[in-house]
Each structure stands twice: as C-alpha cells, then as structure tokens.
Ligand binder design. Structure first.
Ligand code: HEM
Length: 524
C-alpha cells in the first residue's frame, strides 16, 4: 500500500492526534483553495474549531438495504430519487449512509459538505467506474473516452480535449454552426405547429432531443445528420435509436455482476447498440480523414472545427479520437435538450420574463441580427434563465465521487480511503437558506442586486466543479443561449391550454415525466 509521508507520520501518532492532524492538513488545503469563497472558508473553520475528534463511518446513520427497497418500490421513489434526497435529509440530516448489499454510499446534502468532498478529491477524480460501458470497450478493443477513462490516461485525454471545448475564444467559433441548426429548428417549429391547429407543438423534449443531436454532431463531426428534416435519414434515425436503447439498457445491466453479462438476453442488444454507435462515428471520422488528406495533397489549407483539429494535431490516435468523440456525443444530447425543455416550460408560464428576454435580445442585436457568442455574453437575463432552470432541474441531480487517495474527513465523520460519496445536488439547490422560495422559477435571483449574495458557491453547480467537471459546459451554454434567445424573439410561447403540469422524474438524468406541449404564436 502506498503511504504518503503524512500517512506514515499519522500511523505512528495516537488516534486523537492523528484525526486532528488529518483534519488540519485537509483544512489547510480546503481553506487555501477556497480563499475566494468567504462563506465556504467560514464553514470549514467553524467545523475545525468545534471538533477535536471524529466519528467513524459505522456511527453514521442511514437506511438499510431493505429500508431503501421499501422507499423505492413500496413508497414509489424509484423514479423520484431526487425527491428522496430531500426526504432522507429531513430524517437523517445533511449526511447519511445508504447500504445496497455490500456497497456503502455516503450521501452528502449540504453545500458546505459537498465543497469539503470535492476539494479533497485527488489528482484523478473518479465518479464511478462504469463497468458496463468499459466492458463493451474491452470486448471490442475500443479506446476509452473521458467518461470511462481513469487515472493519468484520463488526465491526458482531458488535456487534449479541453482547450477547444472549454476556452471561450475557441468555443465562440462554434456559434455560426449552432445558429444554422437553430434556424432549421425555428423553421421546424413552424411546420410542426401547422399539423396541430397552427399553434401547438407536442412533446417538446423529443423535438429538442433532435435539435441537440444535430447541434452536437455538427460541432463534433462537422457534418449535418438531417435530424431536423421532415423525413430523418434512416441511418441517423437508427443512430438516435441506438443512443436511446443503450441508455435504457445501461441501468438494468449494471445491476448484474460482470461475470453473468454474456448470459443475459439484453447483453447482446447492448453490444449491438454500441456497435452501431461506433460504426457510424467511425464512418464520419474516416470521411473526414480522407477529406483532410485530399486537401493536403492539393496543397490547400486545412480548416475545420473540433474533429479536424483533433485529427491534424495528432495528439491522439484515430481510435482514441473515436472513443472520445462518441462519449462526448452521448454526454451532450439529453443534458442540453432537457434543460431547454424545462426552460421553455417555465417561460411559457411567465410572459413578463419572455418580454424581458425579448427586449434584451433586441437591444443587443437590433434589426433582427443573429446573436453570436460575444453578444450572448451581454445578456444577463438569458444567462439567469438558464441558471435558474439548472437549479430547479440539475440534469445530474446526484453525482458520485470516490475519494480514493486519502482517508477523508467530511463534517463530523472520518472515512476510509475509496469511500463512495453521493453528492445530493438536487436537495441542496432546493434549500430555503440559499434560495428563498425555492420551488419558484425566479431567474432574477441570479441577477446583480438579486439574492446572489446569499448563495453558497456550491449550492448550485450543475456542471460539476474542478478538473473532472463537465467537458461540454461552454458548448451546452452556447447551444442553449442561441436557441432560447432566437426562439423567444421569434415566438411568444404559451403553455398547453389543458393546464397539465409536468413533474420531473429520474432516469439517471432528471427528465420530464410526461410530454411538455407548448403553443407558439408569431411575435409581431
Ligand atoms: C445542460 C447541459 C449539460 C449539463 C447540465 C452537464 C452536466 C454535467 C455534469 C454534472 C457532469 C459531471 C461533472 C462531475 O462529475 O463533476 C458532466 C460531465 C461530462 N459532460 Fe456534461 N453536461 C451538459 C452538457 C454536455 C455537453 C453538450 C457535452 C459534450 C459536448 C458534455 C460532455 C461531458 C463529458 C464528456 C463529461 C465527463 C467529463 C469527465 O469525466 O472528465 N456535457 N456534465
């Protein structure tokens, strides 16, 4: 076992001194890295001065396996696990453990405790090891991508993928491509509503799924897929279906041990969906490789966006690019499309917010100019609408984190290394203390002069935090800003006149539990 000099020293010290040493070291790291966040430093120093020793994980309260099964299947929280975070927090407080057979998960449901966990993750943070996704890659000898890779290899991949995806100056170059897709989507809304009394578009989430799919494919592969055409090309439709099927089978498969997968009837389908995804992605990459070679042979300048950049930089093999880009695509569709669906659902009920956004867009981009990345940065209402949507519907309502390298102190407890933490972002983003009237959709709380001062920096972190945070954050924001700003300038959006409200359910991500139908009226 690898011991750091600190651990060796601690191993020789009496228990109490050892615990204090651990905490002091962690406190130093926490407080120095959170120097910019006064509220969080205050929270950690309070814990430090209050404590001289810590309780062990065995003393931590929480539901047993049968109790969890009761909550899931008898009380019906199986597809409302985000709500269960709030219920369990009421019973057990901000930290509790859940047992699932041999697996122990430590749930953390306060901004301060989430900050403590995240700030203690090592050089190579781990969410979960995704054995089923890795299993396919091992079977077919495919490369891992940023979601499935771990350790130094993960860091290497991220260091190559990050710059073009996260640096604002690079990401802004994607806005012409995204705007072309937005133009097609607005047109599509026009003909979809014709089908139904000239106003209503049914199941916005599924329409926005196709928008997000087309948008991210265009950004990543620099190729249009035809998702927004009246008749979707067969291969594209099959590609979309494979993604859906793979996400449907994933949570079922992961319930079984790896050794029995080959004998399960749905393992074959799982492998087949991945085969199709990799086949289509490979074809798109191969086409680009040929295109680049031809240009080079003719002495022409090779220009392009994400895929071209990865191919010509030669920092990754083509197989590695295939593994990574396929995972980027999978991470980038449901997330963005569900957020836009929820934003429109609420805005449809708030005509004044639509007016404010419309005025803002017309002020920054007069005479119908199409907003580009630099214009969107000047629209505080637009950003506030997206932030508030992600607070109410954090697409990833609970995120896993293994703190592998060190023994860990979180709150009053002391945890062994490799403890699996579940960060309950949903419960935290509904805390009155951080967000007064938490159930209400109030974008203004994110505006200068709003309630912003009350918020803890970890009370709503929808894209995660730190080096393993979302790789597509900037692209997702750009897509959401481009679409919402132009859609609201074009249409007045109204709710389904039937008055039906739509609840959220957990299907790994937070998704609408029934279709979101909206009316679109042309703006004068
Ligand atoms: C509203 C849209 C989105 C939200 C709310 C979102 C949220 C998240 C969250 C919470 C994580 C986990 C972060 C962590 O563990 O700390 C994540 C990871 C990730 N996201 Fe996103 N995401 C969105 C869109 C996208 C898009 C468009 C892409 C691709 C272009 C993308 C690619 C990824 C990847 C590759 C990871 C894994 C990163 C890693 O493990 O190194 N996401 N995202």
């Amino acid at each position: 076992m690898l011991l750091t000099s600190f651990h060796r020293a601690a191993a020789r010290a009496p228990l109490k001194a050892c615990r204090t040493a651990i905490w002091t070291q962690q406190y130093k790291r926490t407080s120095s890295s959170s120097a910019s966040t006064s509220s969080s430093s205050a929270a950690t120093s309070t814990v430090l001065s209050d404590r001289t020793s810590f309780k062990s994980i065995e003393e931590l309260n929480g539901p047993s396996f049968p109790t969890s099964l009761y909550w899931f299947f008898i009380k019906g929280y199986f597809d409302k696990v985000h709500q269960l975070q709030i219920e369990h927090k009421k019973i057990y407080g901000p930290i509790w453990k859940s047992k699932y057979g041999p697996l122990v998960v430590v749930n953390v449901a306060s901004a301060e405790l989430i900050e403590q966990v995240i700030r203690q993750e090592g050089k190579y943070p781990i969410r979960t090891d995704m054995p089923h996704w890795r299993g396919y890659r091992e079977l077919r000898k495919q490369a891992y991508g940023p979601l499935t890779e771990m350790g130094p290899e993960w860091q290497r991949i991220r260091s190559i993928l990050n710059p073009k995806m996260l640096k604002p100056k690079h990401v802004s170059t994607f806005s012409p491509a995204i705007n072309l897709v937005v133009t097609d989507f607005i047109q599509k809304i026009g003909w979809l509503r014709e089908k139904e009394n000239g106003l209503m578009v049914r199941d916005m989430a599924s329409e926005l799924y196709k928008f997000a799919f087309e948008g991210i494919c265009y950004v990543l592969f620099e190729t249009r897929m035809g998702c927004l055409e009246k008749i979707i090309p067969q291969e594209t439709q099959q590609f979309i279906d494979s993604v859906g099927e793979m996400f449907r089978l994933s949570p079922i498969l992961v319930l079984f041990p790896k050794s029995v997968w080959p004998y399960l009837p749905f393992w074959k389908s799982f492998v087949a969906t991945w085969d199709h995804l990799f086949k289509v992605a490979k074809r798109l990459i191969d086409t680009k490789v040929v295109e680049i070679k031809e240009k080079m042979e003719k002495g022409e300048e090779v220009e392009g966006e994400y895929l071209t950049h990865l191919l010509i930089s030669q920092k990754m093999s083509v197989d590695e690019i295939l593994g990574s880009i396929t995972e980027l695509l999978l991470a980038g569709v449901d997330t963005t499309s569900n957020t836009i669906s929820w934003a429109l659902y609420h805005m449809a009920r708030e005509p004044t917010i639509q007016e404010k956004l419309c005025d803002e867009v017309n002020r920054v981009c007069p005479e119908g100019q199409i907003p580009q990345a630099e214009d969107l940065a000047k629209m505080p209402w637009l950003k506030a609408i997206v932030k508030e949507t992600l607070r109410l519907y954090p697409v990833v309502p609970g995120n896993a984190r293994v703190v592998p390298e060190n023994e860990t102190v979180v709150g009053d407890y002391y945890f062994p290394k490799k403890t699996l933490f579940h960060l309950c972002h949903y419960a935290v983003s509904y805390e009155e203390e951080h967000f007064p009237d938490p159930q209400a959709f109030l974008p203004e709380r994110w505006l200068r002069g709003g309630d912003k001062m009350k918020q803890h920096p970890f009370s709503s972190i929808p894209f995660g935090f730190g080096i393993r945070a979302c790789l597509g954050k900037r692209v997702a924001e750009l897509e959401m800003y481009c679409l919402l700003s132009r859609l609201i300038r074009h249409f007045e959006v109204r709710p389904d006149p039937s008055g039906l409200s739509v609840e959220a359910k957990t299907r790994t991500l937070l998704v609408p539990s029934s279709p979101i139908n909206l009316q679109f009226l042309d703006r004068q």
